[in-house]
Design a protein around this ligand. Structure first.
Ligand SMILES: C[S@@+](CC[C@H](N)C(=O)[O-])C[C@H]1O[C@@H](n2cnc3c(N)ncnc32)[C@H](O)[C@@H]1O
Length: 138
C-alpha cells in the first residue's frame, strides 16, 4: 500500500527495511538525511515496573501514563531516554559526516507532569475497550 501510494513520475529509489529503528537498520555512513515523523514516541518495551505489583509505578488497568501516579510517568521517561539513546547511537553510525536529521516527536511543555500529556485523551477510549475485553475473560 505504501509503495503503491507513492507519486509516480518522480526520480527516486524506494526500499523497505525490516527491523526496529531502535537498532541498526542501514549500512555504516550511508544516510545523508534522516527523517522521522510521529514514530519515536513508541517505546521498545513496556517499562518493567509497570507490571510489578510491589512497585510504586504499578499501572494496573491502564495502558498509558495519563491519570497515573507520577512514578508511572517517570518509568516511561526512563524507558524513553534509553530508547532515544539507542536510536541516536544507531543513526550516528549510519549517517555520513555532516548529514542532517529531522525528527517530529509529540511532546509537552517543560514543567508539566507526564500525566498532563495532551495525547492522553486519545488513548483513553482504547484503554477502556481493552480493559472491558480483559474483564470479559476474567
Ligand atoms: C503514527 S505512525 C507515523 C507514520 C508516518 N511517519 C507518518 O508521519 O504518517 C508511527 C509509525 O512508526 C512505526 N514504528 C513504531 N515503532 C517502530 C520501531 N521500533 N521501528 C520502526 N518503526 C516503528 C509504526 O509501525 C508506525 O508505522
Amino acid at each position: 500500500m505504501l509503495f503503491k501510494s507513492l507519486p509516480p513520475g518522480r526520480q527516486y529509489f524506494v526500499s523497505g527495511v525490516p527491523g526496529s529503528f531502535h537498532s541498526r537498520l542501514f549500512p555504516k555512513a550511508s544516510l545523508h538525511f534522516v527523517y522521522s515523523a510521529y514514530a519515536l514516541q513508541w517505546l521498545s518495551r513496556v517499562p518493567q515496573e509497570l507490571s510489578d505489583i510491589n512497585s510504586p509505578a504499578y499501572n494496573r488497568g491502564r495502558i498509558f501514563y495519563s491519570n497515573s501516579p507520577n512514578e508511572v510517568g517517570k518509568a516511561y521517561t526512563a524507558q524513553y531516554a534509553m530508547d532515544m539513546e539507542r536510536f541516536l547511537a544507531a543513526r550516528a553510525k549510519e549517517m555520513v559526516p555532516g548529514g542532517l536529521m529531522a525528527l517530529l516527536i509529540p511532546g509537552r511543555p517543560d514543567g508539566t507532569l507526564p500525566a498532563e500529556s495532551s495525547i492522553g485523551p486519545i488513548f483513553q477510549p482504547l484503554e477502556s475497550c481493552l480493559v472491558d475485553m480483559a474483564n470479559e475473560w476474567s
